[in-house]
Design a protein around this ligand. Structure first.
Ligand code: FES
Length: 106
């Protein structure tokens, strides 16, 4: 099982925001919906856009390149339920945000 990795301070991602970070060789989109945290693979499956730099509205994250949208609570594409972005465990402890991701394969 993967280790927990500190990925950001909570202050770096206010409620309603998303940020892009690297952990274990992977790009991770970290999202904060109210007091809840979500983390998903930050590379858009369309053409590799930076999901963590997209717009978060409620629980929907919109890729900044061409507008594909994902529910950050499930990773599912909003229009194609068969498409699901990998999600990772994430939690806040003492103002620090940690994720648990499987390392990227070479
Ligand atoms: S790269 Fe994300 S929508 Fe095209």
């Amino acid at each position: 099982m993967a280790d927990w990795i500190r990925i950001a301070s909570a202050a770096e991602c206010p409620p309603g925001g998303s940020i892009e970070r690297e952990a274990a060789g992977r790009i991770v989109a970290v999202c904060r919906v109210g007091d809840s945290w979500y983390a998903l693979d930050g590379v858009c499956p369309h053409q590799g856009g930076p999901l963590g730099r997209g717009m978060l509205c409620g629980r929907v994250l919109t890729c900044p390149w061409h507008g594909w949208q994902f529910d950050v609570t499930t990773g599912r594409h909003r229009l194609n339920a068969t498409m699901q972005q990998p999600c990772f465990e994430v939690e806040e402890r003492g103002g620090e945000v940690f994720v648990r991701v499987e390392p990227a394969t070479p």
